[in-house]
Design a protein around this ligand. Structure first.
Ligand code: SF4
Length: 768
C-alpha cells in the first residue's frame, strides 16, 4: 500500500504481543524515554523540543491534551509525557495530502487501524468525498462552505442537524459555534463532555449549585486528606502526580479507590526530581488503596457516612454542625437513608471488608480539610449523576467547602471541555442565558432543549437527523454501539469533519462528506489584525491565554474560528451577527463573551493579559449556593446500586479504559507499559479467581458478549485474557475497541452519559 508506512515501527499488527508485569515506579526514566521516543517517531526532535519549552508557559500555548492546571510555572519544563505525545503528534513532520487520498480509497483506509490512521500525519487541505471513485478529492474552501450552507438551508427544520464539539475547541471558537447554531435555530449540541463528566455538569448543581469542581491547585498544599476515586492520574492527568507527591512528603494520607491498582497510584518517580532520577528513587503515593468492585463506590461512600453517624450517636462530634445548620438542607433524610444501611450489604456491594471502610472513614474524620478528586470510575454508570451527589454529601457533612484544602474536584480529561460548556456548548441551556444571547445578538434563540451525544445517534438512526458537523473529535469511535453508530452516520446527507488529523470519523461518513483541516493549538494564528490568541479553561476554572509558537502545518489551513464564521456566513446570509469581524480580531469575541457572561467574564480582554490568566468565580468557594433553595443540598440515592441489577451468574462488569499510550480515541502506540501490555490492544484484564472460576487460563483467546435487554446481539472476539489484579467480578479492556459492547441506551438518565465503566458482559468461547 503506497503512502506513508511506519518506518520507525513496523505495522503494529506484526509486532508480537508481550505481557510482562510492570513493577517499576510510574513516571521517572520511563516517562523521559517515552517523550524522546515520540519526538523521534514523529521526526520533530528539534521543533518538538523547542515547542515543549513553550507548552503551558506564560506567553506559550496550552497543552492540547488533558485539562490539568498549570502550577505557578516555576519550572522550565511544565509538561508530562502524555502532553509531549499530544504535541509531537500535532507537530509531526508527516502530512496527509491530496496525493495520499488519491492513493487510498475510503474503503481501503477503513481497513487500517486507528493507530495507522493517526500516524499518517496532519491534514493539509480541504477534501470532499467523491462517491463515484470512493476517494476524497480536494475542494476549495469557498465551495466547501457553500456546500455546507446549501445542505443546512435545505433542511425542513434546524433540528435535523447535529453540531458536535470536541473538548480541544478553544473558548472563542466554541462561543461563536454556540451563537451560530442558535441563530441557525437548534440546541443540538452533542459534545464530548456528554461521554465523560456530564454527570458532574448535571448532577452536582443540585447539590452545590455549580457543575464544576470547587478545588484549585493550591488546595492540594493545604489538604489534610486526599481521596482519588475512579481516576487514573498517572495516565489521564500526569502532572497531578506532582501535588500528590508533595502531599505525601507532608505525610498527608491519600486514599485511592479503584478496581485496578494503577501503577502511578502506588509508586511514582517525579521526572523533574534530580535526586530521585539519579538514585532511581520513587515516592509511595497511596497510603490506603481501596480495591473496590466496579460500582462499589456508592457502598463505600455510604459506609463512611454510616461510621460518621455511628460516632455521633456514640456521643462524639465528628460532623460540622454549624456548617450543616447554616448552609445545608436535607440532612435528616440523608441520615435516615444511611442509618438504614446494613453493614453486610455495604460490604457485599463494595467488595471490600468493613475494616477498610472504617479506616477510610477514620482518615476522613481526622482531617479538617479534605478534597475528593474523581474521574470516569464515578461518572460512567447508569446512576453516575447521583453518585457524584453522594461525594458532595460526604464533603458537606464535615463542611469541606469554602476553606483551604477542601472541596470536590472532577478531573477533566480534555483541555477545554469545561470551557466549552461555560461558553455555551450545552444542549440544555438555561432560559436566562438564552435571554442574554437574544439581548446581545438581537435574534430569538431556540428554547427547546436539544440532543446530547446518544440522542443525536438515535436521531440519525431514526432518520430525523440529516447533517452532522464535527468540530474536532472522532465521534463514531467515541460513542457507544459502534456498528449501529456507523449505520447512523452513513444515513446522513452530509457529514463534516473539522480536524487536524485523519481519523475513522472521516471514513464513516454521509452521502456527502467534507474534511476541513485546521490550524492546531501549538501553531500561530496570524490574521489581518495581527497575531491572535485563544483562551482555555482548565479543570479548576483557571482561564489562560494560549498562543501558538509553530508555523501552521500547511498554507491551506484555516483557524477553527474562521471556519465557524464562514460556515455561518454561508448558511445565514441574513444573519444579525457580524461574523466577518471575528475572523481577524479575537478581542471582539471576548468582548461578546463578557457581555453574555458578565458574572464570569466581565473585563475579559483586560484580565486575560495577566501571565497566568484568571480564575472564574466558583460560589461554593465562598459558601454561596446557587441552588433553587439557596442551600447546599444533601441528596439521597436509595439503595446501594449505581447500575440496574443483572441476574446472570456469568455476568462480569466491564470497564472500558484508556491505555497509557492513548488520548481519548487517539492511539499513540499499542503499548500500555504501566499495566505490562506491549503490542496489543485486544486484551481483557481479569482477576485470577474469575479466570479460574470459568475454567480459563491467562493468555486464552475469548470473546465477550453483552448481557443486554434490547434484543440486539453484541459481541467482540479475539480478546487475550491478562491475569491482572482486578477486583472480583470486574474486567477491563480498551475503548474504542470495546465500544461495540456498550448499548446505545445504556446510560445515566439524568445526564445522558454512557455507562462505559460498568457494561454487563459474559465471556464466551472465541470464534475459531
Ligand atoms: S498533565 Fe495534562 S495538560 Fe498537563 S502536560 Fe500532561 S497531558 Fe498536558
Amino acid at each position: 500500500m503506497p503512502g506513508r508506512l511506519c518506518f520507525i515501527q513496523p505495522a503494529m499488527a506484526e509486532q508480537t504481543p508481550r505481557y510482562k508485569t510492570y513493577d517499576s515506579p510510574a513516571g521517572g526514566w520511563g516517562a523521559a524515554a517515552a517523550t524522546a521516543k515520540v519526538l523521534i517517531e514523529q521526526s520533530v526532535v528539534g521543533k518538538g523540543s523547542r515547542a515543549l519549552l513553550s507548552m503551558n508557559q506564560p506567553g506559550g500555548f496550552k497543552c492540547p491534551s488533558c485539562a490539568f492546571p498549570d502550577a505557578a510555572c516555576t519550572k522550565k519544563l511544565e509538561f508530562c509525557e502524555n502532553g509531549a505525545k499530544a504535541l509531537a503528534h500535532e507537530a509531526t513532520k508527516f502530512r496527509v495530502t491530496r496525493d495520499f487520498f488519491a492513493a487510498h480509497s475510503v474503503t481501503e483506509l477503513m481497513e487500517q487501524s486507528d493507530y495507522w490512521l493517526e500516524m499518517q500525519g496532519r491534514l493539509t487541505e480541504p477534501m470532499r468525498y467523491d462517491a463515484a471513485t470512493d476517494h476524497y478529492v480536494s475542494v476549495s474552501w469557498d465551495d466547501a462552505f457553500a456546500l455546507i450552507g446549501r445542505h443546512l438551508r435545505a433542511l425542513e427544520s434546524p433540528d435535523q442537524a447535529e453540531f458536535y464539539t470536541s473538548g480541544r475547541t478553544a473558548n472563542e471558537t466554541a462561543f461563536l459555534y454556540s451563537i451560530f447554531v442558535r441563530e441557525f435555530g437548534t440546541n443540538n449540541f452533542p459534545d464530548c463532555s456528554n461521554m465523560c463528566h456530564e454527570p458532574t455538569s448535571r448532577g452536582l448543581p443540585h447539590s452545590i449549585g455549580v457543575g464544576k469542581g470547587t478545588v484549585i491547585l493550591e488546595d492540594f498544599d493545604h489538604a489534610e486528606a486526599i481521596f482519588l476515586i475512579g481516576h487514573n492520574a498517572g495516565t489521564n492527568a500526569p502532572r497531578m502526580m506532582t501535588p500528590l507527591v508533595e502531599a505525601r512528603k507532608r505525610g498527608i494520607p491519600i486514599v485511592a479507590v479503584n478496581p485496578m491498582p494503577e501503577r502511578a497510584l502506588i509508586k511514582f518517580t517525579e521526572p523533574q526530581d534530580i535526586v530521585q532520577m539519579a538514585t532511581f528513587g520513587s515516592s509511595a503515593i497511596t497510603s490506603e488503596f481501596v480495591h473496590i468492585r466496579i460500582g462499589g463506590d456508592l457502598a463505600l461512600l455510604k459506609g463512611m457516612m454510616k461510621v460518621l453517624f455511628e460516632r455521633e450517636a456514640a456521643g462524639e462530634t465528628v460532623l460540622d454542625h454549624g456548617f450543616i445548620a447554616e448552609h445545608t438542607s436535607g440532612f435528616d433524610a440523608l441520615r435516615a437513608d444511611i442509618e438504614a444501611q446494613a453493614w453486610p450489604d455495604l460490604v457485599e456491594a463494595a467488595g471490600i471488608d468493613e475494616a477498610q471502610i472504617r479506616r477510610c472513614a477514620e482518615i476522613y474524620i481526622r482531617s479538617n480539610a479534605t478534597l475528593i478528586c474523581y474521574g470516569m470510575g464515578v461518572t460512567q454508570h447508569q446512576r453516575g449523576s447521583e453518585l457524584v451527589q453522594q461525594i458532595a454529601n460526604l464533603l458537606l457533612l464535615k463542611g469541606n467547602f469554602g476553606k483551604p484544602g477542601a472541596g470536590i474536584s472532577p478531573i477533566r480529561g480534555h483541555s477545554n471541555v469545561q470551557g466549552d460548556r461555560t461558553v455555551g456548548i450545552d444542549e440544555k441551556p438555561s432560559q436566562a442565558y438564552l435571554d442574554r444571547v437574544r439581548d446581545v445578538f438581537g435574534f430569538e434563540p431556540p428554547r427547546a432543549h436539544g440532543h446530547h451525544a446518544v440522542e443525536s445517534v438515535e436521531a440519525m438512526l431514526a432518520g430525523t437527523a440529516k447533517v452532522f458537523i464535527g468540530l474536532g473529535g472522532n465521534f463514531v469511535r467515541a460513542v457507544p454501539d459502534t456498528e449501529r453508530s456507523y449505520d447512523a452516520m452513513r444515513k446522513l446527507d452530509l457529514t463534516v469533519g473539522i480536524a487536524t488529523k485523519l481519523n475513522r470519523g472521516h471514513l464513516v461518513h454521509g452521502r456527502d462528506a467534507l474534511i476541513l483541516p485546521v490550524v492546531a493549538r501549538s501553531e500561530r494564528i496570524e490574521t489581518a489584525k495581527g497575531e491572535q490568541f485563544v483562551t482555555i479553561e482548565d479543570s479548576m476554572s483557571n482561564v489562560t491565554a494560549s498562543r501558538g509558537v509553530l508555523d501552521p502545518a500547511s498554507e491551506h489551513l484555516l483557524t477553527e474560528t474562521e471556519i465557524v464564521c464562514r460556515i455561518a456566513m454561508a448558511t445565514l446570509p441574513e444573519s444579525k451577527v457580524d461574523w466577518a469581524s471575528y475572523i481577524d480580531d479575537y478581542d471582539l469575541i471576548r468582548d461578546k463573551i463578557a457581555q453574555v457572561y458578565p458574572a464570569l467574564y466581565e473585563g475579559f480582554a483586560a484580565r486575560i493579559q495577566a501571565p497566568m490568566g484568571f480564575h472564574l468565580d466558583i460560589p461554593p468557594r465562598r459558601r454561596v449556593w446557587a441552588t433553587p433553595n439557596g442551600k447546599a443540598n444533601f441528596l439521597v440515592l436509595p439503595g446501594l446500586a449505581v447500575n440496574a441489577p443483572v441476574y446472570d451468574p456469568a455476568m462480569l462488569r466491564l470497564a472500558t479504559v484508556r491505555s497509557h499510550d492513548q488520548f481519548n480515541t487517539t492511539i499513540y502506540s499499542y503499548n500500555d507499559r504501566y499495566r505490562g501490555v506491549y503490542n496489543d490492544r485486544m486484551i481483557l484484564f481479569m482477576n485470577a479467581d474469575d479466570i479460574a472460576a470459568r475454567g480459563l487460563e491467562a493468555g486464552a483467546k475469548v470473546a465477550l458478549e453483552t448481557i443486554g435487554t434490547d434484543g440486539v446481539a453484541r459481541r467482540v472476539d479475539g480478546l487475550t485474557i491478562i491475569d491482572y489484579p482486578m477486583s472480583r467480578g470486574s474486567v477491563a479492556g480498551y475503548y474504542p475497541e470495546l465500544n461495540p459492547l456498550m448499548p446505545l441506551g445504556f446510560y445515566d438518565k439524568t445526564s445522558g452519559c454512557p455507562a462505559a465503566k460498568s457494561i454487563p458482559v459474559r465471556i464466551v468461547g472465541a470464534a475459531d
